[in-house]
Structure formats: C-alpha cells, structure tokens
Design a protein around this ligand. Structure first.
Ligand code: 5CA
Ligand code: ZN
Length: 412
C-alpha cells in the first residue's frame, strides 16, 4: 500500500539519550538497544470508520519512539499494517450497503491525511492484509506441516487453528493468568466455544470460504486469514525475529500480540519475536473507552474540519503519559491550544534564553519511557522565561524550535 508523506526532521545540537521503554512482557522499563537500524512494528487500523483520538494517541506515542531513535542516529525501519479484510469491515459495509473494498480504501485515505496533518512520520512499509495473503497462506501451510496448527473436525467448514501450546511459552507477552486470557479471548474477537477446537484459547488462522463472504484461492483452499497471523507474518517477513519494538494500544496486549508472537515463534523456532512489547493506554470519552463499536468518538478529521490546529491536538494528548488510560475533554484541547500559542509566541522572538539546558531536559524526559508531561513542562519553563523578556541569546528560539520539532514532532 501507499504510505504517506514525510516531514523533514531537523538535527538537534547536544547529546542524545538512549531510549528506555516499558516492556509489557518484562513488566518494567528497560533500555531499547537497536543496532544501526531499529525495527518498529505498530499495529495499524481496521479501516471501517474514521481515525478517532484514541487511534491518534497511539500512533503519536510510537511517533515519539521513532523520533527518539532518529535523534540517537538509528535508521528506523518502521512497518505498519492495515487490516483491510476482517469481520468489522464486512459488517459495516453490509449495514451501509457499501462496497467493503471501497469503504476500506476511503477510510485508509482519510487516515493517511490525518497522519500527515498530525505530522506522524510515515512507516517505510505500509502493508495491507489483502496484499499479504500469499505470504500469510505460506506461513499457515508451514505451521500445519510443522504440527503447530490443525483443521477443526468440521466437514463443512474445516477452518485452521493455531495450537497455542506450540511454543511452550504462551502467556509470556501479556503475563496474564489463564483465567484472564480466557476472559479477554472471548471479549476481543476470539471464539472459545467453537466446536472441534483442541483448546478454547487456540486462535483462528484461516477461515474457509463461506457463502457471500470474500475469499481467496490458496494452497489451503479458498478462504481468508485470521487477524493475529496477519501482523505476525507482515512483521516477521520485513523485520525478522527479535526486532526492537512491537507496539499498539493496550487492548492489543491479549490475545492479539500474544498470538502474533506465538505464531512467529512457532514458525521460526526463535524467541523472542520482539524485544519490547509496548502498549499505549486507552483514550476515553464520557467515562468509557473511545471505540468504534461504542460510537463515542471524536474524529481527527472532524477537528481538522473545525479548524483545530493538529499541533494543539498533539500537545493535548502529550499532556498525559502515553501508558495511562485518560479522557479526552474539550478542556484538554483548550489547554493544548493555549500552550501552542505561548510556545509559538516565544519561538518567534528574536532572542531568548539559551536553549541548551531545556533541550537536555527534554531529551532526559522523553528517553525515560516517553515522559511527555514532564517534557512539556520543561518547554513551558523556557517559554515563560522568553516571554518575560529574559535571555538575550539569538539562537535560543531557533534551537528550541528545532528540538521541539525533531523530538516532539511539533511545528511551531
Ligand atoms: N487493525 C487492528 C490492529 S492489527 C486494530 O486494532 N485496529 S483498530 O482500528 O481497532 O485500532 C488501531 C490502533 O488504535 C490499535 O493500535 C489500537 O490498539 C488503538 N486504539 C483503538 N482504540 C483506542 C483508544 N480508545 N485509545 C487508544 N488507542 C486505541
Ligand atoms: Zn496487529
């Protein structure tokens, strides 16, 4: 698929700080340790509706990972998928008497526009599930041949499932006890009660053709892929194993990322799939998680249509820590707008305080598991001084502007 346009990232003077991130599997903040090229996979959208602020918050968090690695001189190989075939897309198309392919194309195009407006650096490979079907079926055939997958005993619909015991490590990514895994599996698209499965936690790999549903011919017969195997294969074939960060929102910790890892590890015999599993908290509205199924959504495109500056959206979302569940409110946006105004006024001054210390603090906070609330306060302090007329360094405002651009993605 076509990715989206990039924006140049200025170089920042001074010394970068290596990035440390919370790893769900380890349950603690650990250093990331990329080689010259850092591998980043972030789960992309299911394009049946527009991008809401929850999606935006998650992609913005990983944009900061991207930017801190660039600051440290790494080349970043960023891969993202688009789940352009799955039940929710078919259900929405059916409800609206729409063509599911066109619906997916339209929402993906809008997502790209939103990402450009928010200045999210693009993935190098932006890959749809549909275009990946040949590589996915090849992987499923390999899992079958290796005894890690099986067909359910159902003459009419012999779907293929993953044997979750294949690696002997199932549960290492989420660290959830069996009871929680069962609960979340049922809640998040799994089918624990499907007759013929060996175990309720075994996940669907290949759904054989059903009348009226799209399907693709393959060595497995006609059908379509399950969800977890899509990300597993797209990531593995572009980043290999033990890539640096597998990311997404916290609703993907289980079963999605647990299974993506288990599928890939069963395929390759190697562990770990990713060196860090990183999850952003859920953005809520009116006391509930913002979600397409609940319909309590604020769309990025609606805010753009209302002339809201996307840089204020960035600042509003960065005012909270990426891992905490938090609410989107009008007040949060107003504070973002206010802050952006002050930063812009300060950055436009001819002189200001020397920015060296502020930039060092900015790097310290961001390298510490993306502590954006503290990072924003550091820039606020500089802007307050500048606006109070203290500081006579002619490079202060421009240095600060470059650092805020490169490290926070904010164009002043
Ligand atoms: N296509 C799959 C991933 S392979 C999917 O989950 N798509 S999605 O459109 O539902 O979500 C896209 C991304 O936004 C995922 O990383 C998801 O975890 C994240 N996300 C969804 N809702 C929220 C929310 N309310 N707050 C924060 N992130 C969210
Ligand atoms: Zn995914």
């Amino acid at each position: 698929m076509q990715t989206w346009a990039s924006t140049p990232v200025p170089r920042v003077a001074g010394t970068p700080r290596p990035l440390r991130l919370y790893d769900t599997a380890a349950g603690e903040v650990r250093p990331t340790a990329p080689g010259s090229t850092a591998g980043l996979y972030v789960c992309g959208i299911t394009p049946y509706d527009a991008t809401h602020l929850g999606h935006a918050a998650t992609y913005l968090a990983f944009d900061l990972v991207h930017r801190q690695w660039l600051d440290n001189g790494h080349d970043v190989n960023y891969v993202q998928n688009v789940t352009d075939i799955d039940d929710p897309l078919l259900e929405r198309a059916e409800r609206d008497q729409d063509d599911w392919v066109v619906l997916g194309m339209r929402e993906t195009a809008l997502f790209r526009e939103d990402m450009v407006a928010l200045r999210v650096l693009p993935p190098r490979s932006y890959i749809g599930a549909v275009e990946s079907i040949p590589e996915i079926t090849e992987a499923i055939a390999k899992l079958l041949a290796g005894g890690h997958a099986y067909r359910v005993d159902d003459a009419e619909h012999p779907d293929i499932y993953f044997d979750h015991t294949a690696t002997g490590r199932f549960g290492y990514e989420s660290q959830y006890p069996a009871e929680t895994m069962l609960e979340l599996f049922a809640e998040r698209g799994g089918d624990p009660d499907r007759p013929g499965k060996r175990h309720p936690l075994d996940a669907l790999l290949w759904r054989v053709e059903r009348p009226g549903e799209p399907s693709w011919e393959s060595e497995l017969g006609a059908g379509r892929p399950g969800w977890h195997v899509e990300c597993s294969v797209i990531a593995l074939n572009r980043l290999g194993t033990a890539f640096d960060v597998q990311g997404g929102g916290s609703d993907l910790v289980f079963p999605h990322h647990e299974n993506s890892a288990a599928h890939a590890e069963a395929l390759t015999g190697e562990h770990p799939f990713a060196r860090h599993y990183v999850h952003a908290g859920m953005i809520g509205l009116d006391g509930e998680k913002m979600s397409k199924s609940k319909g309590n959504l604020v769309f990025v495109s609606r805010l753009r249509a209302d002339q809201v500056d996307p840089m204020a959206v960035r600042l509003a979302l960065f005012a909270g820590h990426y891992r905490s569940d938090r609410a989107w409110t009008r007040q949060l946006l107003d504070e973002g707008i206010h802050r952006l105004g002050r930063w812009r006024d300060a950055a436009l001054l001819d002189t200001g305080p020397t920015a060296t210390d502020t930039i060092a603090r900015l790097r310290d906070h961001l390298s510490n598991d993306l502590d954006t609330p503290s990072a924003l306060l550091a820039v606020d302090a500089w802007a307050n001084e500048a606006l109070a007329g203290r500081g006579s360094d002619p490079t202060g405002p421009t240095d600060l502007r470059d650092a805020v651009d490169a490290l926070l993605g904010i164009d002043l």
